[in-house]
Design a protein around this ligand. Structure first.
Ligand code: AMP
Ligand code: ZN
Length: 469
């Protein structure tokens, strides 16, 4: 199996540290609002990679964190006059429901606020090793002490990187970042914690080092006490994590900083394979909360689309290519997924003994996915197989079922009962039937197009069927 590694900037053969326990960490959502369908593209990448690894017979532990401490959460809670916990639990619940609708799952979802002691322990360790300094605003990581800082994100050769860096007085280098922040006078915050440096809250990046080390390695396994809390940090027990996933937008700052902190503490490679998913765009711009150009899953559902159509839509581009969102694209994804689903529901028995055709296509399909998760090419293999008239329906069904399983798809059925059709569509169908009887196929086709524009597709067969598109 091959994966593109953002650190080496090359496609590499995947060799896990321990094949019976592949470790994978994904930067999850900040739960202060609805997630948009861009965020869900990255979550789908996590789930796809998990499934492909499993298809290659690896055991996988997949961890996705929940960021439940952040300025945006505090701000939202203050605006609405509610507690931070009300905000975070509400949006986390909605996010989990959306993951379930998209067949996405991880093995563990750790919360940043449940790992404060671990974060403090890591900062103390950095302090002990001379990587930190203090300003009026907090404890900072001194990037000049880390000789290979910048190796992942190539941060400072890019305007994008520069613009996202926190500009705070007292920093020694512009790229230095907060590990622990002090509550400023006049600032009211709901969530603060005591620490060896005073009351405050953690900087964003340290939470991912703490949660990945804790959930995927033995770094926190031994009972030792830090700041009165038994978190058991033994940096030497850290073992390199296989895979780290996130959107491209996190590579330059967040992941660079996670890497710098963790490697400075452990002296070992943090992550072997950095996997970054490209952005979901609106027009030519990244879909994002701050730009206000985002679409949520709820809007997709409200417009009558199936969650599975969204998952299938993500598959219309390779994960390292940007993908432009459009409602037409989602419609096309619905139709393609319906066509595949129809094969699964066609009567016929699924073969129990694997035939030669099955072996061949299963292998071809997996080969494409093993080539840096090339889903568009894997789907091309599937569609060529379906077109092949020499392949029996029961074999087709078996291959499509296998593909659905690895891609995390479930069949959809948008057939509409004739009695449930809007009156106008029903009338047009009757008119078209009459035209077909009188062999005026040209006019009949025109009506078929009009019906399609309204949102329904007619499937002529022994029995008339109509589906929503
Ligand atoms: P956030 O809640 O902004 O921290 O984002 C959660 C995850 O979604 C991160 O892995 C981001 O990299 C990813 N993400 C944010 N915006 C997009 C987008 N437009 N397309 C794909 N992934 C995104
Ligand atoms: Zn992270």
């Amino acid at each position: 199996m091959k994966l593109y590694n953002s650190l080496s900037r090359k496609i590499e053969e995947f060799n896990p540290v321990n094949p019976s326990n592949v470790t994978m960490y994904t930067c999850g959502p900040t739960v202060y609002d609805f997630q948009h369908i861009g965020n869900l593209r990255t979550a789908t990448l996590m789930d796809l990679l998990n499934r492909v690894l499993k298809a290659n017979k690896y055991n996988v532990k997949s961890v996705m964190n929940i960021t439940d401490v952040e300025d945006k959460i505090e701000k939202r809670a203050a605006e609405l006059g509610v507690t931070v916990d009300e905000i975070t639990s509400k949006y986390e619940k909605i996010y989990m429901e959306q993951l379930a609708m998209l067949n996405i799952s991880a093995d563990l979802y750790p919360h940043a606020t449940e790992h404060i002691a671990e974060q403090i322990a890591l900062i103390l360790e950095l302090e002990k090793k001379g990587y930190t300094y203090k300003t009026d605003y907090g404890i900072y990581f001194d990037t000049s002490k880390d000789s290979d800082y910048g190796k992942l994100g190539n941060t400072f050769n890019s305007d994008k990187g520069q613009s996202r860096i926190e500009l705070t007085e007292g920093k020694r280098q512009v790229e230095d970042f907060a590990l622990w922040k002090f509550v400023q006078s006049g600032e009211t915050r709901q969530k603060t914690w005591d620490s060896p440096w005073g009351v405050g809250f953690p900087g964003w990046h340290i939470e991912c080092s703490a949660m990945s080390m804790k959930s995927l390695t033995n770094a926190f396994a031994k009972p030792t006490s830090t700041f009165g809390v038994d978190v058991g940090l033994t940096a030497t027990d850290f073992t390199t994590i296989d895979i780290h996933i996130g959107g491209d937008d996190l590579k330059e700052i967040h992941h660079e900083n996670e890497l710098a902190q963790t490697e400075s503490i452990t002296g070992k490679t943090f992550i072997n394979y950095w996997v970054h998913g490209a952005m979901l765009n609106v027009d030519e711009t990244k879909m994002s909360k701050s730009l206000g150009n985002f679409i949520t899953m709820q809007t997709v559902l409200d417009k009558g689309f199936e969650p599975m159509a969204l998952r299938y839509f993500y598959y219309s581009a390779h994960y390292r290519s940007e993908l432009k969102f459009s409602w037409e694209g989602l419609k096309a994804a619905t139709v393609a997924l319906q066509n595949l689903s129809t094969i699964l529901t066609t009567p016929g028995v699924v073969e129990t003994t694997p035939g030669v055709v099955w072996e061949k296509y299963q292998q071809m399909f997996l080969e494409k996915l093993n080539d840096d998760l090339n889903v568009p090419q894997a789907l091309a293999v599937l569609f060529n197989m379906i077109k092949d008239e020499n392949i029996k329906i029961d074999e087709k069904k078996k291959i499509v079922a296998f593909a659905f399983n690895i891609l995390g798809l479930s069949p959809i059925n948008n057939d509409v009962k004739l009695e449930d059709l809007p009156e106008k569509v029903a009338e047009l169908i009757q008119k078209r039937e009459a035209l077909r009887k009188s062999k005026d196929f040209l006019e009949a086709d025109k009506i078929r197009d009009t019906i399609k524009d309204i949102g329904y597709e007619i499937l002529d067969g022994e029995e008339l069927k109509v589906r929503k598109v």
